[in-house]
Design a protein around this ligand. Structure first.
Ligand code: NDP
Length: 513
């Protein structure tokens, strides 16, 4: 076997598009790229991966010579795959011409091969089909595993043995979940590493591809005004919030086995926390950033049960509308204790953050859909205005909000005087609303991440030691919740979550709600 990644990517000077920082690229004319979407018959492939690939093609971000192969067990012709995915491709970039022509060109490059996930023979057939399309000196292959996790290992083995590139790179994008706890995650990593080197594995957490998450580092490290305040000296607490306004809606077979802590907190919110709290990296290189993230994750104390509230939504009817509770879902057992809501306070034991509560809140079937980071600053010491006008100290502290979705925005709550002859104070937002400032469409997170994987840019993908450190923060809590069979507090579908979260917030002096 020729090592799949035997030929490294090369630096080339591609003319930079406006606002685009070129990363590592292979020379276009000499290489072909095959993208193999494994699990092409599934929801993720149809709703996210193919539309993102089309958007990249539309934006001329794919190499000139590329082919896309869908692979799954379902029997489908090339035409059937094209029909299926064409329904979800959109001209998201706006009112440009020729989108339909572009779609036609794109669809002509999409093919399908039906096969079993554990059949080396079927992957060999795929390999032959790929070779027919690969014309360049270098044939690079990107496998996207959009399949349930119990199939990962079979596919990795078959792809490595029968369908990896013989003269270019082979990379594999793996979707979460990466295990259920520290041990199973380590085992998955060990198993995958039998076939792939760490730099061939791209563990995707699509929330890291969100525009505002990327922007977090720019905000911190390119503005003099924020970084000096970014510590326990000025920050009172940080909230990381992820709420959805819908329930599991038939996806219980996956969710009930994982729950909100594994689904959202241990990965998405913890990753954002690490980017928020890490020290300044030596450079913007992936390894420098990931080194800092690992350090901060390793400085965290494990989450304690007394610093956690878990909840589960129950349903209600209003007129003709009915909102089913979690255990009403046919895919969930009646006695399930799986949390659909959790609030947890985490601490980082280092000089910068000692004693600052980081409160994570994540839930389904809540009153709003939002993902945001809220930074509450300390009181102004000896505040003249609070003393003179008796204003509520707690209500006049500054707050920085980074709204990841919807309506991406960064705003800072500041105090100011209300115009007029009297002296009245008010609090308003200095607001950078992305929609208003940048009318162009913001790329979908998957677009950025797939492009990064093609270009070998790893900074938004999780390294195995990061994953270990992240699991170590939550694994003892997850085990305790399961061992003690902690009953989640009920909250009503569409509400703000369980009452217990207010007590937890008060305990850690967090202004909430
Ligand atoms: P699906 O359940 O739609 O599965 C994808 C494909 O895998 C199916 O079309 C099916 O293809 C095959 N498959 C499904 N179940 C089995 C099984 N038990 N044994 C063998 N093959 C099976 O998943 P999604 O597309 O929604 O997601 C794919 C992966 O991405 C999952 O691991 C999921 O956890 C993860 N993920 C999904 C997200 C989403 O938005 N959907 C978001 C984040 C992560 P066929 O029968 O044709 O072989």
């Amino acid at each position: 076997d020729v090592p799949a990644n035997s030929l490294a990517t090369e630096h080339v000077d591609t003319p930079a598009k406006e606002g685009y920082i070129p990363f590592l690229k292979t020379k276009k004319s000499e290489s072909t790229l095959s993208i193999i979407v494994v699990g092409a018959s599934g929801d993720l492939a149809r709703n996210k991966i193919f539309p993102s690939l089309f958007a990249l093609f539309y934006e001329d971000r794919l190499p000139e010579s590329f082919t896309i192969f869908g692979y799954a067990r379902s029997i489908m012709t090339n035409e059937e795959l094209r029909n299926r995915i064409s329904r979800t491709l959109t001209c998201r970039i706006g009112k440009r011409e020729n989108c339909n022509k572009k779609m036609e060109h794109f669809l002509k490059r999409c093919f399908y091969h039906s096969g079993q996930y554990s059949s080396e023979e079927h992957f060999l057939e795929l390999d032959n089909k790929l070779k027919e399309k690969e014309t360049g000196r270098l044939s690079n292959r990107l496998f996207y595993l959009a399949i349930p996790p119990n199939m990962f290992m079979d596919v990795v083995r078959c792809a490595k043995r029968r369908a990896s590139s013989q003269n270019g790179w082979t990379r594999v994008i793996v979707e979460k979940p990466f295990g259920r706890d520290a041990e199973s995650s380590k085992e998955l990593t060990r198993n995958i590493q039998q076939y792939l080197t760490e730099d061939q594995i791209f563990r995707i957490d699509h929330h890291l591809g969100e525009e505002l998450v990327e922007n977090l580092l720019v905000l911190r490290f390119s503005n003099l005004v924020f970084e000096p305040l970014w510590s326990r000296s000025y920050i009172r607490n940080v909230q990381l919030i992820f709420s959805e306004d819908f329930g599991i809606e038939g996806r219980g077979s996956y969710f009930d086995n994982h729950g909100i802590i594994r689904d959202i907190m241990q990965n998405h919110l913890l990753q954002i926390l690490a980017l928020f709290a890490m020290e300044t990296p030596v450079s913007l290189d992936a390894e420098d950033i990931r080194n800092e993230k690992v350090k901060v994750l390793r400085s965290m104390t494990t989450v304690k049960l007394q610093d956690v509230v878990v909840g589960q939504y129950n349903g209600y009817c209003e007129g003709d509308a009915s909102y089913p509770g979690y255990t009403d879902d046919p895919t969930v057992s009646d006695d399930s204790l799986t949390p659909t809501f959790a609030a947890a306070t985490l601490f980082i034991n280092n000089a910068r953050w000692d004693g600052v509560p980081f409160m994570m809140i994540a839930g389904k079937a809540l009153h709003s859909k939002r993902a945001e980071i809220r930074v509450q600053f300390r009181h102004v010491p000896g505040n003249l205005y609070n003393r003179k006008f008796g204003t509520d100290l707690d209500k006049t502290t500054n707050e920085l909000v980074i709204r990841v979705q919807p309506d991406e925005a960064i705003y800072l709550k500041i105090n100011h005087k209300v115009p007029g002859l009297g002296m009245r104070m008010d609090c308003s937002d200095l607001n950078l609303l992305y929609k208003a400032r940048y009318p162009t469409e913001i790329p979908d997170a998957y677009e950025r991440l797939v492009l990064d994987a093609i270009e070998g840019e790893r900074r938004l993908f999780m390294r195995s030691d990061e994953l270990d450190a992240a699991w170590n923060v939550f694994t003892p809590l997850l085990k305790e919740l399961e061992k003690k069979k902690i009953v989640p507090e009920l909250y009503t579908y569409g509400s703000r979550g369980p009452v217990g979260v207010h007590y937890l917030a008060a305990k850690h002096n967090v202004r909430w709600g």
